[in-house]
Each structure stands twice: as structure tokens, then as C-alpha cells.
Design a protein around this ligand. Structure first.
Ligand code: RP5
Length: 165
């Protein structure tokens, strides 16, 4: 990965099975990314350092995933000028079905947006990151257009198989 333009960060290695889906999507689009564990609660200094400097290193979009009291995406958003996509992770070590993460990431105060995807929706975070980059990059935009066409074709084929009448 020569020059990452997307940064994927997560609160714990236990979030990796979910967050890997964002990485896999970006890989399929040949978008260079970096990936690391950055914890709002366990490594707050690292989080702030990362959030303050990411744009200076050429990062254009940040995908941040966390579970439980998920402060990572919002705290990163508080200091970065970059768009932040938040992934609420249904943590294996909490039992509230992901609602804690959803509300922690979604209910941001005015002025500090986090684009929140569904619980464990890391693939959508990867797609949204590609769409953000694609707004100013014709090659990526073209891949997004193809991707959406493939989704349409897939549904049309399923419709042909199941449709009655
Ligand atoms: C959050 O706490 C992490 O993002 C993870 O989803 C959750 C549990 O972390 P571990 O105890 O598995 O490290 O900060």
C-alpha cells in the first residue's frame, strides 16, 4: 500500500472481523488504505494525534469503527477536517445488540457530523468512502457506477427466478 487515501481505524482487534469488510471492499476497488487499532478510551493520545494529522498525510476519508460506548468516530470527527464514516460494531463483549454503539456514533451534536452506517455495516462504509473519493476522481466514480449497475443486474436476475405472475 503505497499512498493510503482512506484510513480504517477501530477500537479493538475484536472489531477486525467486521471492519475487514471495509478493507476488502476498498481492495476490490484498488483504493489504497491503511488500517490500525486506535482506541478512544485506551489510547486517547494516539487517537488525538492520529485525528489531528491524518489529513496532513494525504488521507481523504476516515472510517472509524467501535463497539459499546463508541466514542472513537465522534472524537476523531471533533478535530479532523476530513469526512468521518462511523461503523457501530456489535461488540462480542457487550450485550445491547449494538444499540449502544449506534447511538454513541449517530447522535452527534450540531457542527460535528459522523456519517453513520448500520450496525456492522463496514462494507457500506467502504462503499461510501469510495463514493466520496469518486466525487472528484473519475476512475473511482466509474467503478462506483459499474458497481451499482451490477447490483441492479443481480436483483433483476433474482426477480426473473422468483417472480410468479
Ligand atoms: C470498544 O470496546 C471496541 O471498539 C470494541 O468493540 C469493544 C470491546 O473491546 P475489547 O474488550 O474486545 O478489546 O472500545
Amino acid at each position: 500500500m503505497s499512498k493510503p487515501v482512506v484510513s480504517i481505524v477501530m477500537g479493538s482487534d475484536s472489531d477486525l472481523p467486521v471492519m475487514q469488510q471495509a478493507a476488502d471492499f476498498l481492495t476490490s476497488f484498488e483504493i489504497d488504505f491503511e488500517l490500525d487499532i486506535v482506541s478512544a478510551h485506551r489510547t486517547p493520545e494516539k487517537m488525538m494525534d492520529f485525528a489531528k494529522k491524518a489529513h496532513k498525510r494525504g488521507i481523504k476519508v476516515i472510517i472509524a469503527g467501535a463497539g459499546g460506548a463508541a466514542h472513537l468516530p465522534g472524537m476523531i470527527a471533533s478535530v479532523t477536517p476530513l469526512p468521518v464514516i462511523g461503523v457501530p460494531v456489535k461488540s462480542s463483549s457487550n450485550t445491547t445488540e449494538g444499540w449502544d454503539s449506534v447511538l454513541s456514533i449517530l447522535q452527534m451534536p450540531g457542527g460535528v457530523p459522523v456519517a453513520t452506517v448500520a450496525v456492522n455495516g463496514a462494507k457500506n462504509a467502504g462503499i461510501l468512502a469510495a463514493q466520496i473519493l469518486g466525487a472528484s476522481d473519475r476512475k473511482i466514480r466509474s467503478k462506483v457506477i459499474d458497481y451499482k449497475a451490477a447490483l441492479k443486474k443481480e436483483v433483476e436476475e433474482k426477480s426473473m427466478k422468483v417472480k410468479i405472475g
